[in-house]
Design a protein around this ligand. Structure first.
Ligand code: NAG
Ligand code: NAG
Length: 303
């Protein structure tokens, strides 16, 4: 981890300057204690010629993938591109460089399967790993869907080993599923050439009390980040689980520790300006915050 982990620690405590509210997507973000290299698309495609980079996870992985694809495409507008997509996999391939940036849609990383009792979330099973294991760079993420209830819940039962549950403490389920993933990484991704990342928890902004505006129920009118480098709402509760699980791993794995710097960006969500109906304070505008994530990923990859 070395340099990069130092850099990330600094970034979690970074300070930045906001230009103006109407230029909110051009914030000049700088870490306090280290230099973050500028994202260099030409360098990126040359270094990763012939490689496959895969983002695996929910719509926050989609957000990250979109950012990287846009950064590459904007810098190389003439490049020949092939796009393929189905329900599970979206591929953006820069033909001249044989470089693929791939998105694999998976809400939980572990499997959901249709058994005779219904849809079963299997905490100890990760069959999609067969597709993932051949990638050169892997960026995993899961969290958002573990707590969902009602119609948004994607399963009828949870299975762990021989035991079947109608429901369980979701933080326990999350920790168990993540541990299955960690064990799979340790036993499967053995090549020192492979680079494995976990995309830190991406925070939402639906509770104004977290940023000292207790009446607010969303990010609708937010035009500025939280000032300073400390989020009043404190550490995101899921980060401890992520760190605990990553600490047990043998494989060198980078935590892209984007949580705190993203918590400060209550202004960076689409809010009502989204393709869905309603208020979106979960995802992020592009261009915008995920470009900082891409810049961090680039820094980690080239160090
Ligand atoms: C999606 O595309 C991938 C790669 O081409 C393929 O392996 C997979 O079977 C496809 N999945 C579906 C659901 O069509
Ligand atoms: C945003 O601010 C406007 C103007 O003050 C107000 O009318 C509106 O209700 C606010 N929206 C939300 C969702 O708080």
């Amino acid at each position: 981890m070395g340099l990069f982990s130092l850099c990330v620690v600094a970034l979690s405590l970074f300070s930045f300057s906001v230009v103006h509210a109407h230029e909110q997507y051009h914030n000049n973000i700088k870490p306090t204690d280290c230099d973050l290299p500028r994202f260099n698309a030409e360098d990126f495609v040359k270094r990763f010629q012939g490689k496959k980079i895969m983002f695996i996870g929910d719509s926050l992985s989609l957000n990250f993938w979109q950012s990287l694809v846009c950064l590459l495409h904007t810098a190389l507008p003439q490049a020949k591109i092939v796009r393929e997509a189905n329900e599970t996999i979206s591929t953006f391939k820069l033909e001249d460089y044989e470089l693929s940036v791939i998105l694999y849609h998976s809400l939980y990383l572990v499997d959901i399967e249709n058994d005779n009792i219904g849809r079963v979330l299997k905490l100890d099973s990760m069959k999609s790993g067969d597709t993932w294991k051949n990638m050169d760079v892997l960026i995993f993420n899961t969290y958002q869907w573990w707590g969902r209830k009602g119609p948004q819940k994607q399963w009828d039962y949870i299975k762990d080993g021989d035991k079947i549950y109608q429901d369980m403490d979701r933080t326990v389920a999350f920790r168990t599923g993540l541990t299955t993933w960690a064990n799979w990484v340790d036993s499967t991704l053995n090549s020192p050439e492979q680079k494995v990342f976990f995309q830190g928890i991406s925070p939402s902004h639906y509770h104004g009390n977290e940023w000292n505006e207790p009446g607010l129920k969303n990010c609708a009118n937010e035009t500025e980040p939280v000032k300073g480098s400390i989020y009043p709402g404190g550490t995101h509760p899921a980060t401890k689980i992520v760190k605990d699980v990553l600490d047990t791993m043998k494989t060198p794995i980078y935590l892209l520790d984007v949580t705190t710097l993203s918590q400060l960006r209550k202004d960076a969500h689409p809010s009502s300006y989204n393709g869905l109906k309603g208020m979106d304070c979960t995802h992020w505008c592009i261009a915008g915050l995920p470009d900082t994530w891409s810049q961090l990923l680039y820094a980690a990859l080239i160090q």
